[in-house]
Design a protein around this ligand. Structure first.
Ligand SMILES: *[C@@H]1O[C@H](CO)[C@@H](O)[C@H](O)[C@H]1NC(C)=O
Ligand SMILES: *[C@@H]1O[C@H](CO)[C@@H](O)[C@H](O)[C@H]1NC(C)=O
Ligand SMILES: *[C@@H]1O[C@H](CO)[C@@H](O)[C@H](O)[C@H]1NC(C)=O
Length: 389
């Protein structure tokens, strides 16, 4: 296609592997039906549906060390006034458009903002001329590159962020070595809406930490997409996916729960890498320490929950969980892992018991004291006290 001459192409794979959110999708009217409440992610299926509907897709890769800010692209904003746009807060796109659509083009934006703005606006307008208005999907994302230098002086955080990026990267190293620290919440909340009675919530005050027997550790701090629930015959499984560094593959955690006799219980977690069908199976602590509660109640524990096997352990601090929910709006009342049989409680009871015995003994002793009923004087004879026992 002749319009390709317009574009500066880089390798699709490296560009997409680096592309980070938030993303702006724009163009087709059909995006309207994917509009969600703020801060909602689009899952794999939705993305595939969106890509599949387009005559052509153009991905603009804005190379900068800080996420997109709309103020930098006034021309684009003006052009999009009459068009449908969709802002996706997610860090990554679960599916890349070049998997789905052969007419996917990539354009890397570099240089002054006004130039990037012009490049993007013109390319998009040109593609709409070729394929028809409303039939081209534009995707604007961000990636970090060291190739830009201080040629474009800017105030404040932009310049500072870029300087930090430059300092941290030698000019020869590949761009994907350097990423700005992602601002992710420092806790984990996995909220999976499933069929009624199968939804699940899991909260931890820290990120799950996977530690291998050889000592290497992976902190799962970047969940991707939305957690889902997978009901099977025996178990209900909460599936959470995470980015695996810069690779396109994902790490998947599958928390399994079972229910029996009006109780639910956490059984284990399976850790899967990429598309491998089987993963590493880690077991929840055995009863009575297994997370469990009556159906309709949550479980909480301020001690870390450790799923383990010989190969690895997965640790989550300070957890609260509840599967088999009708609505995931909030946790129900919780069963606490600190029951009535812990050491502090037993020792407390013990001390109280000993004190009670001591008190009882001393009261009986006091009651046993006999007081005198006669007194000595100089007229009568001397009293003799006989002690009989
Ligand atoms: C993309 O191209 C391949 C090979 O040229 C073809 O087999 C495939 O059907 C095309 N896919 C789409 C969605 O057009
Ligand atoms: C530790 O083991 C895991 C899985 O067996 C492997 O992926 C990782 O590379 C190993 N790390 C080191 C430092 O050997
Ligand atoms: C979980 O998600 C549902 C639906 O998106 C939402 O209504 C609910 O408030 C969320 N729960 C929590 C605890 O954030």
């Amino acid at each position: 296609m002749y319009f390709k001459l317009l574009l500066v192409f880089s390798s699709a794979v490296t560009v997409l592997a680096n592309l980070e959110g938030p993303f702006l999708f724009f163009g087709p009217k059909s995006l309207e039906k994917f509009k969600r409440p703020a801060l909602k992610y689009l899952d794999q299926d939705d993305l595939m549906r969106i890509y599949g509907e387009q005559a052509a897709i153009v991905v603009f890769n804005n190379q900068d060390s800080v996420p997109l800010a709309s103020g930098n692209f006034p021309r684009l904003r003006k052009m999009l006034e009459g068009q449908t746009t969709l802002v996706l807060p997610q860090d990554f796109l679960d599916v890349h458009p070049d998997y789905i659509s052969n007419e996917t083009q990539m354009l890397t934006l570099q240089g002054p903002w006004s130039e990037r703005d012009a490049q993007m606006t013109e390319t998009f307008a040109r593609l709409q001329d070729i394929y028809g208005a409303g039939r081209v999907l534009g995707i604007l994302g961000n990636s970090v590159s060291q190739s830009q230098s201080a040629e474009y002086p800017e105030a404040g955080v932009w310049a500072r962020a870029r300087r930090q990026a430059d300092e941290a990267t030698s000019s020869e190293s590949p761009p994907d070595d350097e990423k700005p620290p992602r601002v992710a919440p420092k806790f984990a909340l996995y909220n999976a809406t499933g069929p009624p009675g199968k939804s699940a919530l899991l909260y931890s005050s820290g990120w799950p930490e996977l530690r291998w027997a050889n000592g290497s550790t992976t902190v799962l701090d970047t969940p991707v997409g939305e957690p889902t629930v997978k009901p099977t015959r025996l178990y209900t499984i909460l599936v959470v996916r995470f980015a695996d560094g810069d690779s396109r593959d994902k790490i998947t955690l599958e928390f399994s729960f079972k229910q029996a006799g009006g109780w639910w219980q956490a059984v284990g977690v399976e850790v899967k890498f990429g598309v491998e069908p089987t993963g590493v199976n880690l077991k929840a602590p055995a009863p009575p320490d297994a997370p469990a509660a009556v159906l309709g109640k949550a479980y909480e524990c301020s001690l870390p929950l450790v799923y383990s096997s010989e190969e690895a352990t997965l640790t989550m601090p300070d957890i609260q969980m509840q599967p088999y929910m009708d609505s995931t709006e909030k946790f129900a009342d919780a069963f606490n892992c600190i029951g009535f049989t812990t050491v502090p409680i037993w020792s407390g009871l013990m001390v109280t018991f000993i004190m009670m015995i001591a008190l009882g003994l001393s009261i009986t002793m006091i009651l046993d004291i006999k007081t005198m009923d006669r007194f000595e004087n100089n007229r009568s004879k001397q009293l003799t006290i006989t002690v009989s026992e």
